[in-house]
Design a protein around this ligand. Structure first.
Ligand code: SF4
Length: 371
């Protein structure tokens, strides 16, 4: 699923401290096999769109997502990296990196050695193009993370989307990557043809069983209908119904809650905005704040698990998740609790008392309920 190339976002929720990640990497055999993880490393992405891709997934029109239709050559990458100051994590996104012929793949990886000392490389790739031999061939490069485009582990969904593997095969590849000592990221999707929220949750539980000391990183992308894709044809034929923005936020928020519980590090929800992508979305939950809305859903779920009718305490920095985007979180809390919006607002307090707060937890009985 290399087509969902994206920017690098702060972690939304990581259970395991980053120093544990460093510890795992540094204890691995072979200094060049796994790069030491730099918590605040700067990143430089290169988009190798549609390069080496072995297939055509129903939703993919990669050039439209990245806004890039041709890839930089290894020499161009080398020149850019040689001009950097300080260590960087070089990111090859947008394609199926290990599907490249070995010579070309190694040329891109060799280019990473032109970057300042301490730099590393991560890439996204298709599970079909990972094997024990491929992973062993990466051992001399400072690979910091391998991102696998998993989409789903549900065989029916994988077949409908033409992903080319079964859920068991994808899971085996994830285990292989992790057992070889590479940090692993899984790119999951929601709203795919034939997919349900239950199958998504089941996918997460299966992925959480992949052995390894460091948390698996997750990216969650909504399925969008892009112009001139097989999915756009299915839409036109009435054989596919995309999620609304609210449905996608609710689905992603539910996954986020479960992912946090299972100890995943969720790195991104939603697609990075590009003009090219925006211009080519035919239908589907394309919204720049989808990730924040999903966090709102997860927060509301958490609040309701503690009390069905409040009062609720939140951290000050969580207030925007309730009040942002037209009070999305407040309205959701109102819908799910049955209380009116104004009543919900009065029942939200800040968990740390401050002299400035006007939002301390109220004792208001707030009997207003919606009819
Ligand atoms: S594997 Fe599928 S989603 Fe990824 S680049 Fe190829 S066609 Fe696109």
């Amino acid at each position: 699923m290399g087509c969902f190339a994206e920017g690098m976002e702060p972690l939304l929720g990581a259970r395991t401290p980053m120093n544990r990640i460093s510890g795992r990497l540094s204890s691995a055999s072979g200094e060049t096999k796994r790069a030491r993880f730099h918590e605040k490393v700067r990143r430089i992405p290169f988009f190798l769109s549609m390069q080496a891709c072995p297939r055509r997934c129903v939703y993919c029109h990669q050039g439209e997502i990245t806004g890039v239709s041709s890839a930089p050559s290894p020499d161009e990458v080398r020149r850019v990296l040689a001009s950097l100051q300080g260590p960087h994590e070089v990111c090859f996104f947008g394609g199926s990196f290990t599907c490249f012929p070995p010579d070309l793949r190694n040329a891109y990886l060799d280019a990473v050695f032109s970057a300042p000392s301490g730099s590393s490389v991560r890439f996204s790739t298709h599970p079909e193009c990972i094997s024990s031999g491929v992973l062993d061939s990466l051992a001399r490069f400072p690979v910091s993370m391998i991102e696998l485009g998993i989409s789903s582990l549900d065989d029916r969904v994988l077949k409908e989307t033409n992903r080319g593997y079964t859920g068991d095969q994808a899971l085996s590849v994830m285990k292989l990557v992790s057992l070889k000592g590479y940090r692993l990221a899984a790119q999951m999707m929601i709203g795919l043809p034939g997919q349900t929220t239950e199958s998504s949750l089941e996918d997460l539980r299966k992925i959480s069983s992949v052995p390894g000391d460091s948390p698996i990183t997750l990216r969650i992308y909504p399925c969008l209908v892009l112009r001139d894709t097989p999915l756009s044809l299915l839409l036109a034929q009435g054989r596919y119904s995309p999620l609304s923005v609210e449905e996608a936020a609710s689905w992603a928020g539910m996954l986020l809650s479960e992912a946090k519980r299972l100890g995943f590090a969720v790195q991104r929800i939603g697609l990075q905005h590009t003009e090219s992508l925006a211009a080519n979305v035919v239908a589907g939950p394309y919204h720049p704040a989808l990730g924040e809305m999903a966090q709102s859903v997860a927060l509301v779920t958490s609040l309701l698990s503690k009390s069905s009718s409040g009062p609720w305490k939140v951290e000050r920095n969580q207030l925007s998740l309730l009040h942002g985007h037209g009070k999305f979180g407040i309205r959701l809390l109102s819908d799910r609790s049955g209380l009116t919006v104004s009543c919900v607002e009065r029942r939200i307090g800040i968990s740390q008392l401050t002299p400035y707060s006007t939002l301390e937890t109220t004792t208001d009985s707030c009997a207003e309920t919606k009819t």
